[in-house]
Design a binder for this molecule. Structure first.
Ligand code: NAD
Length: 475
């Protein structure tokens, strides 16, 4: 199979191609066009030319096309989820039941929302002030390889709904489903040039895109290191930066133990642990620490690692050989730093021959971790949990905040006052109380500190995809 760039509604062959492989067995899935500045220039020019027409369409008209796109995604859930699983290693249980259906929801949600963009008015005795919202223009949308389709649609849907046009750059490691998105967008009646897709590598495609003078806004999801690079390369533009995390999952001794245990296992091991909002630092009050650690380890040992196309697989392969090496390097580092390896580790997997070429790693649990260790401070982005004991509420808050990141957080307690106090005190863009990460599309998604700038979701998406204008009329 060959995957080409989509520019102005036409498929453009690459001057060169690279391979995307299945992380479960290294089979080549497709040859993907390798873009560069020339393709970015053409795609941005197409998006710029398409902008006035798309922005002038009524919100209702744009909504019709976006609803249609959502319906097409729903229609193709089986195909899209299988492609996504093959390309990214995310398990079929996740892609089919959650990730691809949620992509359809993104289009329906923002289709509903775009005709309801409201402003504010501030009348005085002498003047009437009111706000108008205009689309921004050409937007650069850049996605990572974990949950690639969902993340891309999370950007494409509000971007297009509010009347902008886009150049989408997927991760070079998982570009396949987005290419289908381009086809389905055309089928849904989204005009040529409104959504352009250029494939390739970050420095070759991403940098010319974000630094292009006709690009007005950058919506980026990826690592903190790349985010920093993009901000420097892009210059003055509107930004939404959704970056890395190392989120605290805090369990007090009065928590509903079984529910907290379920959620803790889910938040670090689902999506192969390749999840920005993973509860990767599990802080447990000392009075229940030993009991919790025993049960958590027992659960981790039972998780099925293997073929991501099988319904009962919980942990599929890491996205790439490089990423596998990175995850393994942290598993090696833990004991050197003084942490105790309680389960998993480098040699724990005993997989059948059919899986021997996959990028598999065993679910790994480190106990008695100090928050200052690198395994607790750095984003591993794999199925590696760090259990950290704490004394009391103040100690929990101190440890939770002693980190460069601030994406998500989780608090488990039956004490209502404490739940609210801790939720307010934790430095993070999101806090889930007695809950795993449950996405409500109306709420602000994003992080603080090294986890990002800006928020997306609901009216929070105005910030990057709409330009507010104050109109002041003398009465
Ligand atoms: P990455 O930063 O390596 O790459 C992300 C995207 O940026 C890719 O498409 C890549 O090609 C592109 N890119 C790389 N260099 C670039 C450059 N110089 N200019 C422009 N674009 C460039 O991240 P990744 O490894 O693909 O994804 C994993 C990271 O993403 C993790 O840190 C994870 O926490 C983060 N993430 C964050 C969120 C969130 O919402 N906060 C969600 C998912 C993933």
């Amino acid at each position: 199979m060959r995957i080409d760039h989509l520019i102005d509604g036409q498929w453009h062959a690459g001057r060169d191609y690279f391979e995307t492989v299945n992380p479960a067995n290294q089979a080549v899935l497709a040859e993907v066009a390798r873009g560069g500045a020339r393709e970015i220039d053409a795609a941005v020019a197409a998006a710029k030319a398409a902008f006035p027409g798309w922005a002038a369409r009524t919100p209702k008209d744009r909504a019709r096309a976006l609803h249609k796109l959502g319906e097409l995604i729903t229609q193709y859930v089986p195909e899209l989820s299988e492609t996504e699983t093959n390309d990214s290693g995310q398990t079929i249980a996740q892609t089919r039941k959650q990730l691809i259906p949620r992509a359809a929801d993104n289009f329906h949600y923002f289709a509903e929302m775009c005709s309801r963009v409201d402003g504010h008015s501030y009348p005085t005795d002498t003047h009437l002030n009111y706000t108008l919202f205009h689309p921004v223009g050409v937007c650069a949308l850049i996605s990572p390889w974990n949950v690639p389709f969902m993340t891309a649609t999370w950007k494409v849907a509000p971007c297009l709904a509010f009347g902008n046009t886009a150049v989408l750059k997927m991760s070079e490691l998982s570009p396949l489903t987005a290419s289908r998105l381009g086809e389905l967008a055309l089928e849904a009646g989204i005009a040529p040039g409104v959504l352009n897709i250029v494939h390739g590598f970050g420095p070759e495609v991403g940098e010319p895109l974000v630094s292009h003078r006709d690009v007005r806004a950058v919506s980026f999801t990826g690592s903190t290191a790349t985010g920093n690079r993009i901000v420097r390369a892009a210059g003055l533009k509107k930004f939404s930066m959704e970056l890395g995390g190392k989120s605290p999952f805090v369990i007090f001794d009065d928590a509903d133990f079984e529910r907290a245990l379920d959620a803790a296992v889910f938040m670090i091991f689902s999506n192969n642990g390749e999840r920005c909002t993973a509860g990767s630092r599990i802080l447990v009050q000392k009075s229940i620490y030993a009991r919790f650690a025993d049960r958590f380890i027992e659960r981790a040992k039972r998780l099925k690692v293997g073929d991501p196309l099988q319904d009962d697989t919980i942990i599929g392969p890491m996205i790439s050989r490089d990423h596998l090496a990175k995850v393994r390097s942290y598993i090696e580092l833990g004991p050197q730093e003084g942490a105790t390896l309680a389960c998993g580790g480098l040699d724990a997997l005993d997989l059948p021959a059919s899986l021997k070429d996959g990028n598999y790693v065993a679910p790994t649990v480190f106990v008695d971790v100090e928050n200052t260790m690198r395994i607790a401070q750095e984003e591993i982005f794999g199925p590696v949990a760090c259990l950290i004991p704490f004394d009391d509420e103040a100690d929990a808050i101190r440890i939770a905040n002693d980190i460069a990141y601030g994406l998500s957080s989780y608090v488990w307690t039956e004490n209502t006052g404490r739940a609210h106090r801790v939720a307010a005190a934790i430095e993070a863009g999101m806090c889930f109380v007695n809950s795993q990460n449950v996405r409500d599309l109306r709420q602000p998604f994003g992080g603080t500190k090294a986890s990002g700038v800006g928020r997306e979701g609901g009216t929070w998406s105005y910030e990057v995809f709409l330009e507010p204008k104050n109109v002041c009329v003398s009465l």
